[in-house]
Design a protein around this ligand. Sequence first.
Ligand SMILES: Cc1cc2nc3c(=O)[nH]c(=O)nc-3n(C[C@H](O)[C@H](O)[C@H](O)COP(=O)(O)O)c2cc1C
Length: 303
Amino acid sequence: MADLRVELCGVSLKNPVIPASGTFGFGREYNEIYDIARLGAVATKGLTLLPRPGNPVPRIAESRGVILNAVGLQNPGVESFIKNDLEWLRSKTKVIANVAGSTIAEYGEICARLDGLVDFIELNISCPNVKCGGMAFGVRPESIREVTAEAKKNCPHTPLIVKLSPNAESIPLNARAAEEGGADCLSLVNTFTGLAIDIERRRPILANNTGGVSGAGIKPIAVRMVYEAARAVKIPVVGMGGIACAEDAVEFLTAGAAAVQVGTANFGDTRACLKIIEGLNEWCDRHGVSKVSDLTGTLVPNA
Ligand SMILES: Cc1cc2nc3c(=O)[nH]c(=O)nc-3n(C[C@H](O)[C@H](O)[C@H](O)COP(=O)(O)O)c2cc1C
């Protein structure tokens, strides 16, 4: 039995597998299928100060190897989460509260509300599906530095993870900007902006027109970006994008990730995270790896 424990910003996780924000709700439905206490942590659906109904439907489209979503940050709001879900979720496992705002001040406000109540705050500055906020803050180094600094000022007691967009000019520059702004950790990737067309109607399938692309097809691009980010900063990196099995997770760890998140794969197989945890254990045993954390950043590039 390999040691699957990893440490992230001084917080110990029982394993490095975390369901990704927006694909796991607050964990209650999945807990009917398996005990979510088995997970390293849970990243919540993106929380905003006020409840949001999200975008009109259709909000999900399928394409070969990927899906597109334009859910539009539908969520009950941070107060409802604190009142109805937080205590239960914390009794199960570590909690990563994923947050979003429409202004820099709003990011600060929501971080202040959650400071000290959750294990991590994950700043979503990379959502492609909302008109105000989201990705607007996450594509350029200057605004990444500014929003990160405001967030960190407001959550001095909680490790801050800044979630980077793949829709970026330079991953290393954006990664460094987040680190300079005071991020304790990075996570990437969020979804890639895409367009799926109903050719009979010659209209976009999604009501929002464009959506965020995720799933197996984005994995090699995400692995490259995680590798670039991990080399650019000293803080830890959480990797995601298309992970569907233990071997995929090992790729991200090797590229430099300290932990991984699993998103779209949960839709195809509700037990995906559990299978990845079990598979990681078997993979490590087969390869003589006694501690999964020893894999992080072990990629040897070709000369
Ligand atoms: C339906 C859906 C909703 C999502 N909602 C959020 C969200 O609220 N906040 C966020 O930071 N990322 C959100 N994401 C992005 C995922 O957390 C993840 O970064 C992305 O899907 C890539 O991982 P994957 O290929 O394993 O799905 C969402 C993704 C999907 C598919």
